[in-house]
Design a binder for this molecule. Structure first.
Ligand SMILES: NC(=O)c1ccc[n+]([C@@H]2O[C@H](COP(=O)([O-])OP(=O)(O)OC[C@H]3O[C@@H](n4cnc5c(N)ncnc54)[C@H](O)[C@@H]3O)[C@@H](O)[C@H]2O)c1
Ligand SMILES: [Zn+2]
Length: 345
């Protein structure tokens, strides 16, 4: 609560010396110059996918490098392009990289920052709901190769994240839904019921839960699995529909499925399984399997998921909360998939 002009919420990601604040609220982008000053940076390279008017003044000499959101440009080629721009500008390790854009831009700029001079501080200004609640927080950065998504990356924690909710004013409805898919899954991984909160409140609560999980397991060797709630089937659905379903939509269907699978395995009762459907529907997200995907195909894709070490592995709700459950019986998974509600087309 340090911004004198705009009310905002601050969530601290606790990681010892690498701890950082995530500020959430309308207008928080304007505190960029304070953040840059606190970091002691003399210059800033601002990688922005948004129009110039949305890029706040960093308060120091800066270079704005135009970027494009989207998976197509989330490549090592873009990382190289950015690094070369940084060199030409004379950016040093004592300066700062700023990203302004969706999760694809925060990912690619974050990776460039991690590599340039073996690591320059980075400040993210995520402009989509998904990037505000998920991609910009937690320090995972990555780019795609033609073989697959997020195959090349690094852990590089930002020095600060400014989630300006004003950015969301221009965000298309479908992109809002995409972010709600991640907010909905937070309900089942310990964030509690966020349905009655304001949008900034929902973002703050989702970030707070992610911050707790990341603090406990920065390098994804345990608790961080929880963030994949709904994602195992979600990833399979994205692939099976050739990305016709957006990530958050696929995660929403995966969340409903996770509830039904946990019920089938007697881990939760019927009411809790029903809550999965209610939460997903509350946010206006899809809850049915698309008509044209077969359970067999989905199971095949789940097996290929990079997070699945062996057998069928899902993050499932239970009496003590969600946890990673390995080696699930294939016949049960197949039956629950077959019994899922189906969309008409
Ligand atoms: N690093 C992580 O921990 C992490 C976590 C989750 C997701 N991700 C990554 O995030 C990416 C997805 O992020 P995304 O959903 O933001 O996608 P995105 O960056 O492609 O942006 C989605 C769309 O929104 C548009 N857009 C962005 N901001 C806008 C605004 N303010 N107004 C209007 N339009 C706007 C973009 O032009 C784009 O068309 C994926 O590549 C995924 O791998 C990373
Ligand atoms: Zn996700």
């Amino acid at each position: 609560m340090t911004d004198s002009v705009h009310p905002h919420t601050r969530i601290q990601v606790e990681l010892g010396e690498r701890s950082y604040p995530v500020d959430i609220g309308p207008g928080v982008r304007h505190s960029l110059s304070e953040v840059v000053e606190r970091l002691g940076a003399r210059r800033a390279a601002v990688v922005s996918a948004r129009p110039g008017a949305w890029v706040p003044d960093p308060g120091v000499p800066s270079l704005v490098v135009p970027a494009r959101d989207g998976e197509k440009d989330k490549t090592l080629g873009t990382v190289e392009f950015l690094c070369r721009e940084f060199v030409r500008f004379g950016l040093t390790r004592d300066d700062v990289v700023v990203s302004v854009g969706g999760g694809t831009t925060t990912d690619v700029a974050g990776l460039a920052a991690s590599l340039f001079h073996r690591g320059v501080p980075v400040v993210h200004l995520p402009t989509t709901l998904l990037a505000q609640v998920d991609a910009s927080v937690g320090g995972k950065t990555a780019v795609n190769t033609p073989e697959g998504k997020n195959l090349v990356g690094a852990y590089w924690q930002p020095s600060a994240v400014l989630c300006d909710t004003d950015y969301l004013e221009t965000l298309p409805e479908r992109e809002m839904l995409n972010g709600y898919g991640e907010i909905a899954r937070c309900h089942f991984i310990g964030a509690g019921d966020l349905r009655e909160l304001s949008l900034p409140g929902q973002i703050a609560a989702s970030v707070a839960r992610k911050a707790q999980i990341v603090s406990a397991d920065e390098r994804d060797t345990g608790l961080r699995h929880l963030l994949n709630y709904g994602h195992t089937l979600g990833h399979a659905l994205e692939l099976a529909t050739d990305f016709r379903l957006r990530h958050g939509e696929a995660v929403a269907v995966g969340t409903v499925f996770a509830g039904r699978l946990a019920l089938a395995l007697d881990r939760i009762d019927e009411q809790r399984a029903e809550e999965h459907l209610e939460v997903v529907r509350h946010y206006g997200l899809p809850h049915e399997l698309p008509a044209d995907v077969s359970p067999d195909r989905l199971i095949e894709l789940v097996r290929l998921d990079k997070k699945a070490t062996k057998g069928l592995t899902f993050v499932l709700d239970g009496k003590e909360g969600a946890e990673l459950v390995r080696d699930l019986p294939e016949d049960v998974v197949a039956r629950v998939l077959t019994e899922m509600p189906r969309s008409a087309e």
